[in-house]
Design a protein around this ligand. Structure first.
Ligand SMILES: Nc1nc2c(ncn2[C@@H]2O[C@H](COP(=O)(O)OP(=O)(O)OP(=O)(O)O)[C@@H](O)[C@H]2O)c(=O)[nH]1
Length: 685
């Protein structure tokens, strides 16, 4: 059946697509842009809002709208008449042309041939060719016209044109200028500090900043812009200011890889802790090299060997012990070992051969962004390649604008910044999000066009178009070869059960598809687990643990599938079943009614008949029943018979009396309450 799209509806009703979209949003419809389809139900609702114009007779118009929904031809007729075309005996092809020429705006993507333009205008190609000749353009019917000629011709007919950028053109990556190998120059490494709570991440960041930033820049007052840059041994290093892996991974989940090197801070007196492990997993998932900073060496219980020992379990083996991981012993508090650490960072950076082209239009990632009362949208950007300049037209995530002013991490106004440099900019139309990519464009018009299209697309995606792995569609994805491994994050109440479950899950092999456990941990499911799951397209399994509130809402918005279990084999079965496409439907109990026992009759052959009164909802013969006495459930089972007077009945409604007997339970007393329920199949989330 032909579906009505937003722009078609708008055309039919002589309103803008935006108005239609806005109304549909008010109606909670799932639409976002002019190409979205509208359900018949919403078409009806819209019809009430967008009353037909008074000129046309209502019935006529309604009929046209009705028809329009069903056949494309009718749709076009409706449009033509609506726009006040003179009544003519027209051939179908002409009708179509006329219909289209009645549009006030012609839209096209790419380019148009003379013939295509003629068709859009509802004119003969020969007429267009003639007009072009007058304009000094010689063209044949199949010749492509340039944008100016299209605009000129349409102008002749008093019709506006709009060149649309195709939706795929919203992908910012394609606007990044390609690099010639010889244009690449060394760039500073970008470093993130991770580790367990209280192991000294913030102290380390502060300590490096205080000793190094001000050292190099006399009189500088450090300013928080989400990252800072230091100079040591004549080289620069950029530190991301938000310690912790949640920020790191949330950026990565949005496709942004900004970190080149991760510093894993482990307190020497405390050793490897749960978040240390999480941090390792996050860094490994992002394939970022790790440098271990064994911190708090000044403390009495400091035991660096223990840290080294514990980390071997996670394949972080120190060079001292024949491995490849760099360990630096330090005291962030006392500023000891910091130079060593910085030296090691530069060493790793050298090995990584970090390079970028400083002489092209900039691109990079948003580190943080906020709305400032005075300055409007303020975004901290990390330039990853190219040079960013004041005045540059820019698209940042789904926002756009021109770089109005730039301030660096020392609070100084700057005119241009190169690769690996953090800078705060103003001039965007809205506030982007951390992790959004930014790209500088050649001209402001294109930046605006792409920015607007991206905005539309983002809204659409937020409405759930993103495909995440969920157990429901695992089987399809496996069949289509979209999935080779199933990534799982496992949280359990105790280490033992996490290990047992992990071991069993690792054994699953369904038609070559295997389980890949990317993180296990003990304790509640946290937001960081969800973010890691989202970044790695994983399913989260909770064994005897629950998600906390932040995790729940993150899972909702990130569309991460969480599965909670209490029995190991059930968890295994579920994953296996999903892999085989045999997920059983999920049921939810729904209480349908209550009845109170008013009298009881004992009948020797039957047992106790409870003369009851339905106080709420209804009682049905096949519902499940609980007997509640003084607020306590004393029996749960099934109804044996349900009668109104002498007759067996299927159900009894509220405010009616009935006789109830139960299967296998006869200890019923006056005042007991029957609570009846049914199990309903629910849509899995
Ligand atoms: N003795 C000693 N104490 C330190 C050292 N580094 C940090 N601390 C102390 O450890 C505590 C925690 O340090 P933070 O830097 O806040 O730790 P963090 O990892 O940023 O903690 P969260 O932000 O809560 O994750 C503070 O009281 C610091 O003063 C160190 O090298 N030696």
């Amino acid at each position: 059946m032909a579906k009505t799209r937003v722009y078609e509806y708008a055309k039919q009703h002589n309103v803008s697509s935006k108005e239609v979209i806005n109304k549909l949003k008010e109606l909670n419809a799932d639409v976002s842009n002019h190409m979205s389809t509208i359900t018949d139900e919403h078409v009806k609702a819209l019809d009430k809002l967008f009353k037909p114009e008074p000129k046309a007779t209502e019935t006529n118009q309604n009929q046209q709208q009705q028809k329009a929904k069903h056949t494309p031809k009718a749709k076009k007729e409706g449009t033509a008449k609506k726009a006040g075309q003179p009544k003519q005996e027209t051939k179908p092809a002409e009708e179509k042309k006329q219909a289209e020429s009645s549009n006030k705006t012609i839209k096209y993507t790419g380019s148009l041939t003379v013939g295509e333009l003629a068709e859009k205008l509802g004119k003969e190609a020969s007429e267009i060719i003639k007009k072009l000749m007058f304009l000094g353009v010689m063209a044949t019917k199949n010749q492509d016209l340039d944008d100016d000629s299209i605009e000129l011709i349409c102008g002749e007919y008093g019709i506006a044109v709009e060149k649309e950028i195709e939706v795929e053109k919203t992908d910012l990556l394609q606007y990044i200028e390609a690099d010639q190998e010889d244009a690449l120059e060394e760039r500073p490494p970008v470093v993130t500090i991770m580790g367990h709570v209280d192991h000294g991440k913030t102290t380390l960041l502060d300590s490096i900043r205080n000793t190094k930033v001000t050292e190099g820049e006399a009189g500088g007052i450090t300013q928080h812009i989400g990252a800072y840059q230091i100079r040591t041994n004549d080289k620069k290093i950029t530190f991301l200011d938000t310690p912790g892996h949640a920020a790191f991974t949330s950026m990565r989940s949005r496709g942004a890889q900004v970190t080149d090197i991760a510093i894993l801070v482990v307190a020497a007196d405390d050793g490897v802790m749960p978040q240390t492990v999480e941090a390792i997993n996050h860094a490994k998932a992002a394939e970022v090299p790790i440098i271990v900073a064994v911190n708090k060496m000044d403390k009495e219980g400091a035991n660096p060997d223990r840290v080294m020992q514990e980390l071997t379990e996670y394949q972080l083996i120190s060079e001292e012990w024949g491995g490849e991981t760099i360990f630096v012993q330090m005291s962030a508090l006392q500023g000891e070992g910091i130079d060593d650490l910085l030296e090691m960072i530069l060493l790793v950076a050298e090995v990584e051969e970090l390079k970028a082209n400083p002489s092209k239009r900039a691109h990079g990632t948003v580190i943080e962004a906020e709305l400032d009362k005075g300055r409007g949208s303020v975004a901290s950007l990390l330039v990853q390649s190219g040079t960013l300049r004041v005045g540059d037209p820019i698209v940042v995530g789904s926002t756009f604008g021109r770089v109005r002013a730039m301030v660096n991490d020392l609070g100084r106004r700057v005119k241009k910044v190169g690769p690996s440099t953090p800078v705060e900019i103003t001039g965007l139309n809205e506030v982007p999000q951390a992790g959004d990519r930014f790209v500088v464009f050649e001209d402001e018009k294109t930046a605006r066009q792409i920015g607007e299209l991206r905005q539309q697309k983002q809204i659409e995606e937020r409405r759930g178009d993103r495909s995440r792995v969920s157990l429901e569609d695992l089987f399809d994805q496996i069949k289509q070869g979209e999935i080779k491994d199933i990534n799982i994050i496992l949280k359990a109440d105790v280490q033992g059960s996490a290990e047992a479950l992990a071991a069993s899950l690792n054994k699953i092999d369904v038609e070559g598809v295997k389980v890949n456990i990317i993180h296990t941990g003990v304790g509640a499911i946290k937001e960081s687990d969800i973010i890691l799951a989202s970044a790695s397209n994983a399913i989260v399994i909770g064994f005897n643990v629950r998600p906390d509130n932040n995790a729940k809402s993150a899972a909702d918005s990130e569309k991460v599938d969480i599965r909670l279990h209490r029995i190991i084999y059930k968890a295994i079965e579920e994953i296996e079943a999903a892999m085989k496409g045999m997920l059983d439907p999920e049921f939810e109990e729904k209480v349908i009614g209550q009845a109170e026992i008013r009298e009881t009759f004992k009948v020797s052959k039957i047992g106790t008949i409870a003369g009851s009164y339905v106080t709420d909802g209804k009682i049905t013969r096949d519902s499940g029943v609980r007997v509640i006495r003084d607020g306590v459930v004393i029996f749960e089972g099934e109804i044996d018979s349900l009668k109104r007077f002498k007759d067996d009945v299927k159900e009894v409604a509220q405010n009616y009396e009935c006789g109830i007997t139960l299967q296998n339970f006869h200890d019923l007393k006056v005042g007991d309450v029957f609570e009846c329920y049914v199990m309903e199949e629910i849509e899995r989330k």
